[in-house]
Design a protein. Structure first.
Length: 276
């Protein structure tokens, strides 16, 4: 779960996305607010976010590559029941009620290097996780040239050359935001990387599989997409899966791995974002 420090502003998120919108996506237009968007707008307290110059340049470079990946997927010949393509993260159940961030870090890292069983305590120390959770933004961790985005900085520190960048989302993600996410999960999976997603679930809004209808800040690792629907659905690994109900009371109904609509998980991450 994540700290109140992880809350974002729709104004900043929109500004960050405008410069790197998916070239082939439907232009962003006014839309009905997403379920839960009003709640997020009323309860958000995260300071304005900023990407570094390096992050902006890398985002633009990766965006171009992601568009190419997604165009190839959409133009490929139809293959009956080709199914899910996965980068192959190795699941870990979070060790405490507030270590979803550390668990997501080690799961996401394992999708690339296939190393299982890493210490969540070491990950929590690196991420500066507290009992409030792991921040989306606003925390400089102990790595060279920290950017304020702890998950992105930790992944780049542990996977040199990975080039992870944060992507903020507004409370109501647009059609362009949703198309971008499909392109990003396609690009990452095709290159054997997972995405670290920062969910903000609120009463009345969409929830991850097995999660109750309450406010939950949560990190998950998104490690694949459905090739049959051009990434219309994705696969994610949930650190709550396998956790004892003595640690998280509602954990019993949460799977370790699940499929969900790409558009739905993009909406769930609205007001936060993902690291890709």
């Amino acid at each position: 779960m994540t700290s109140p420090l992880t809350r974002t502003t729709a104004r900043t998120a929109a500004a960050l996305l405008a410069a790197t919108a998916l070239a082939t996506a439907t232009p962003a237009t006014a839309a009905e607010p997403a379920p839960g968007a009003a709640y997020k707008a009323a309860h958000d307290s995260l300071p304005a976010q900023r990407l570094t110059a390096g992050q902006r340049a890398l985002s633009a470079q990766k965006q171009a590559a992601a568009v190419r990946s997604y165009d190839r997927l959409r133009s490929a010949p139809v293959r009956a029941l080709a199914g899910y393509k996965l980068s192959g993260g190795i699941h870990q159940s979070q060790k405490t009620s507030y270590w979803c961030g550390p668990a997501t870090l080690v799961i996401t890292q394992s999708a690339r290097d296939e190393v299982a069983g890493r210490s969540q305590q070491d990950a929590a120390t690196l991420l500066k996780t507290t009992t409030n959770g792991t921040a989306w933004y606003g925390i400089n961790i102990n790595v060279p040239s920290p950017t304020g985005y702890p998950m992105a900085d930790a992944l780049n520190h542990r996977l040199p050359g990975a080039g992870y960048v944060p992507r903020a989302l507004p409370y109501t993600p647009t059609a362009t935001d949703k198309a971008n996410f499909k392109a990003h999960i396609t690009h990452n999976t095709d290159n054997d990387y997972a995405i670290a997603g920062n969910a903000w679930e609120v009463p009345g809004g969409p929830h991850l599989v097995g999660h109750p209808n309450i406010e939950i800040f949560h990190w998950v690792s998104i490690d694949g997409y459905n090739t049959d629907t051009a990434a219309g659905q994705v696969n994610y690994l949930d650190p709550v899966g396998g956790v004892s109900t003595s640690v998280i009371s509602w954990a019993a109904g949460v799977p370790k791995s699940a499929h969900i609509s790409s558009d739905t998980i993009t909406t769930i991450m609205g007001g936060r974002g993902y690291v890709w």
